[in-house]
Design a protein. Structure first.
Length: 504
């Protein structure tokens, strides 16, 4: 494992020069500065399962022609001359791939390779990244597990970019297995033309009236969301449930577990209820958390049964949803940029993140579809709000006026006062290959923030991978939570079929 060491201050703006000719220091964005604060030293973990064992030299050559051309993957931090632990910018440097590609010598006859993998990834989170080189690494494990014959593990510091942009960049390094010259294709959402839209186009007065009502609703929802956000930053905390983190959670080693469910089941429920995929995933997560907490409170009572309602009467449990406000480049655009040598092509890269606080309604319900409909109602209100851009703009203003220490403290309070983080990322529809190695699954996550539970969903082909990152001191049985979320999807599917809600 690579050790941690601090880079000596760089006092000049013209240092290492790479083949593109870029040699000027680029300042850290506000988001990147936040992710280097002591309590927000966040890293993204992306687990990539492959069908075949890794050819390390082939992967190195592939990285040289793609990922290394991105300036963030070939730049190191510049530190303040007076405060040597304070990063101020990026400067391009020559990348030594052997410093970033880690290939452990593994026992091919180990008893439990899946358990070994879980321990290996957890151990990665124990060691800080080496700040004297570009802030990324790739672990290549020729390890046969239940779902793959080899496992690649990207660790990328969050200051390099937001999760969606980084996953898109990794996908831009892949190609379709059936057509090695073709980039992956992602599902596209089809926007509906509603009756209200058609009506408003036909009648001028009604159009103005409806527009006014929409504006009033937008302003009201935004005001209420910002008031709740402000209260959370100052004093409002979630209930101390068995999944709520404790002070210091951000520095504890994390355990990553993942589970594969069927995309077809998700799509079946989506179409039957006329909701979005995100609505379904939020709904089954809400159901899974409700059942898991009911089980835990039953254990606390000692005589509680799984079928009993053991939940406290009122539970405040909220998730922070990070919204990327910077226009995300398409996979085609990213691949073209990596293939080009033009300057200034990565100007729109970085962290431009706004926060949304999403409340989960923790309760036991007779109808499993109620969880999904309830989640839809909540997220629909969030869609009619400017909470994300307002929180982002406010954070920038606070950073400029009051400094990094204040915005770090406020951001820490928001995340630590909420219970978990949630995200859903759309993946390719067809099988893709990572420099000639066919991929079986993708499982991204993150660690370093002050929450004991992070839930990610990643779609790929006909699979949906559920990824949990947990603090094992708080959640010692993450597999049970996986079981509950998976079972919630199965119950929703059964309810749809039983009620004959499937539309032809």
């Amino acid at each position: 494992m690579v050790g941690s060491k601090w880079l000596s201050p760089i006092k000049t703006r013209r240092t290492d020069i790479d083949e593109t000719g870029l040699d000027e220091e680029e300042p850290l964005s506000p988001g990147a500065r936040l992710f280097h604060a002591p309590k927000f030293n966040c890293c993204i973990i992306a687990i990539v399962g492959c069908k075949t064992k890794f050819d390390v030299e082939v992967i190195k050559q592939g990285l040289l022609h793609t990922l290394i051309k991105h300036p963030r993957f070939s730049s190191k931090l510049v530190f303040d001359a007076k405060k040597r632990h304070k990063p101020t910018g990026w400067v391009r440097t020559k990348v030594v791939l052997d410093d970033h590609i880690i290939v452990p010598d593994l026992d091919p006859n180990m008893d439990s390779p899946d358990k070994f993998l879980e321990d290996y990834i957890s151990n990665i989170t124990r060691s800080p990244m080496d700040l004297s080189k570009p802030l990324w690494e790739l672990h290549l494990l020729n390890l046969k597990t239940k779902e793959a014959n080899a496992i690649g593990i990207f660790r990328i510091h969050h200051s390099i970019g937001d999760g969606i942009s980084l996953m898109s960049l990794v996908l831009a390094c892949t190609r379709q297995t059936a057509n090695p010259d073709a980039l992956p294709t992602l599902p596209t959402s089809k926007k509906k033309t509603t009756k209200t839209t058609r009506l408003s186009c036909s009648f001028g007065f009604l159009s103005y009236f409806l527009g006014l009502m929409v504006l009033v609703k937008l302003l009201w929802n935004t005001l209420m969301d910002l008031a709740m956000f402000g209260a959370t930053a100052l004093w409002l905390k979630d209930t101390n449930t068995p999944v709520k983190g404790v002070p210091g959670t951000e520095t504890t080693p994390k355990r990553f577990v993942y589970r594969t469910v069927s995309v077809d089941d998700v799509m079946l429920v989506k179409k039957a209820l006329d909701v979005t995929v995100n609505d379904v995933l939020l709904g089954i997560t809400q159901a899974g958390l409700s059942n898991y907490l009911n089980r835990k409170y039953g254990e606390i009572k000692g005589n509680g049964k799984a079928d009993d309602d053991n939940l406290p009467k009122r539970i405040s449990l909220r998730s922070t949803l990070l919204v990327n406000l910077r226009p995300t480049s398409t996979i085609e655009d990213l691949a073209e940029k990596m293939d080009s040598n033009s300057k200034g092509k990565w100007k729109n890269w970085g962290n431009a993140i706004g926060y949304i606080i999403f409340p989960f309604n923790i309760a036991l319900r007779d109808d499993p579809l109620d969880y999904i409909l309830d989640a839809k109602a909540t997220i629909d209100k969030k869609k009619q709000s400017l909470e994300a851009p307002c929180t982002y703009t406010t954070a920038r203003i606070v950073l400029k006026t009051l400094g990094l220490r204040v915005i770090t403290a406020l951001s820490y309070r928001v995340l630590s006062h909420a219970t978990l983080s949630f995200s859903n990322i759309v993946g390719p529809k067809e099988e893709i290959s990572f420099y000639g190695h066919p991929i079986t699954f993708l499982a991204p996550s993150v660690y370093g923030h002050p929450q004991a539970l992070t839930i990610h969903f990643q779609s790929y082909m006909d699979k949906m991978t559920l990824v949990l990152a947990v603090d094992r001191d708080v959640i010692p049985d993450p597999y049970i939570l996986c079981d509950e979320i998976e079972e919630s999807l199965k119950l929703a599917k059964k309810a749809v079929i039983h009620k004959r809600l499937i539309k032809s």
